[in-house]
Design a protein around this ligand. Structure first.
Ligand SMILES: [Zn+2]
Length: 436
């Protein structure tokens, strides 16, 4: 395995992580973090040394398998750890890192990512390379691991993080919140939200969930989340069973530029949920990420259309389901908009700078719509459900999706995918060729 060409300074392909155990002592008032991370990993090749991403925080002590003779050096991006003896391929090992500092966002080519201060609390928005701003990690999207996160901080705050809340214990004015994530999770999808939140059960149908919100905006946010049970039902019908154990939604008191998905969660700014449903498509989009991006992960950022194109298409499905424009009308509308924009992006390889360009999202969704027109509804949704089932909590790659679509439909789809994904010129939306 090689480094990700879109994020060549992140991640170490020579090992993979099984589990992160994070013990975080934090003071909101002073933004001081003292952390201890234990990383249980397996070598994929002989390791004379290994790298962990860590940005803006200082490591004080590093041990491999408790060995004092471990040495390390730290640059502004990463820790390079040299164990006392080389680690053999296939061998499990454990790295513990004590670290501390005042966490903050990291400047990347995608803007500021990672740990972010709010007026009275924090959130982390790690996509794509922000996770190392709060814990040392092997920060590549394909390296999924389990997490146990323990956060101790001042009383009076609510903590929401990836996984199930296992316990919350208070003593001497401090509270310790412990979360256990039983599902394999990519580092960029691990979330931590701290604030003065109220919380209550989030109506989702059979899936449990909690909504966290500033008390004063309760009415309007609940109105804007009313569609969620219907979205959940539509997506389960279209993509298969909801892949996570729960779904939590956090609404920050601050305005945010964009909402963001994380494992089993999504975060919105108070500006997104205005009580008029103006972000309804984004409520659908972030929920759909639980299937596309979070359960079915990507091997490399280059494949971002597998996340964003699919979630954009989920928006169009919800539009139709909820009485708005049909998916086909949405497709025609966005096709017309794209036709007026420069056609200088390759959807299957948009380049690191452009990977979050809206044209990748829309043309990715149009690619799915083109597929649907050619194979018909029955095969199309069978392809999506089978994809989510086969790749559940794993990694999906574009050629695998194409092969699956061909196998299930019996149609030669390479020319279609090549036109839509690999070429610059925007193809026409195909006529329906298969009747259901
Ligand atoms: Zn998205």
């Amino acid at each position: 395995m090689t480094v990700d060409p879109y994020a060549p300074h992140s991640g170490d392909p020579s090992y993979h992580v099984l589990e992160y155990r994070l013990i975080l002592r934090y003071r909101v008032l002073t933004n001081r973090l003292d952390g201890e991370a234990t990383i249980i990993a397996v070598a994929d090749e002989r390791l004379d040394s290994l790298r962990l991403d860590l940005v803006g925080l200082k490591a004080a002590r590093v041990r491999v398998d408790g060995e004092k003779r471990t040495s390390f050096r730290q640059s502004n991006r990463r820790l390079t750890v040299t164990p006392a003896a080389p680690i053999a391929p296939g061998q499990e090992f454990r790295v513990s890192v004590r670290y501390s500092g005042s966490p903050g966002p990291r400047t990347s080519r995608w803007g500021q990512v990672g740990w972010e201060h709010l007026e009275d609390g924090i959130l982390v928005a790690s996509q794509p390379v922000g996770a190392p701003t709060w814990y040392p990690c092997n920060d590549r999207p394909s390296d999924k691991a389990h997490y146990r996160i323990e956060v101790t901080l001042e009383e009076g705050y609510t903590v929401a993080a990836t996984g199930e809340l296992a316990s919350c214990v208070s003593s001497s004015g401090r509270s310790t919140w412990t979360f256990v994530d039983a599902l394999p999770t990519a580092s960029y999808l691990v979330a931590l939200y701290i604030g003065r939140y109220r919380s209550e059960a989030l109506p989702l149908g059979p899936v449990p969930g909690t909504v966290y919100y500033p008390a004063e905006i309760r009415g309007r946010i609940l109105t804007d989340l009313e569609g969620l049970p219907g979205m959940m039902a539509l997506f389960e019908r279209s993509f298969g069973p909801y892949p996570m154990g729960r779904y939590d939604v956090v609404i920050t008191p601050d305005a945010l530029e964009i909402p963001l998905e994380s494992q089993g969660m999504a975060v919105y700014g108070s500006n997104h949920l205005d009580g008029r449903g103006s972000s309804e498509r984004l409520v659908a989009h972030e929920l759909a990420h639980q299937w596309f991006g979070n359960s079915v992960g990507i091997a490399s950022w280059q494949d971002i259309w597998l996340n964003e194109g699919f979630c954009c298409y989920a928006e169009w499905l919800w539009s139709e389901e909820s009485g708005g424009l049909s998916a086909h009308q949405q497709a025609k509308h966005h096709h017309a908009l794209l036709a007026d924009l420069p056609q200088d992006l390759v959807t299957s390889d948009p380049g690191a700078h452009e990977m979050f360009d809206d044209r990748v999202y829309k043309r990715g969704a149009l690619t799915l719509h083109a597929l649907r027109r050619v194979v018909g509804d029955e095969d199309f949704f069978e392809i999506l459900r089978t994809w989510c089932d086969l790749k559940r909590h794993g990694i999906g790659r574009t050629p695998e999706f194409i092969t699956l679509a061909e196998e299930l439909s019996g149609v030669d789809l390479r020319p279609l995918f090549s036109q839509w994904l690999d070429q610059l010129k925007l193809p026409k939306i195909p006529h329906r060729t298969k009747r259901d």
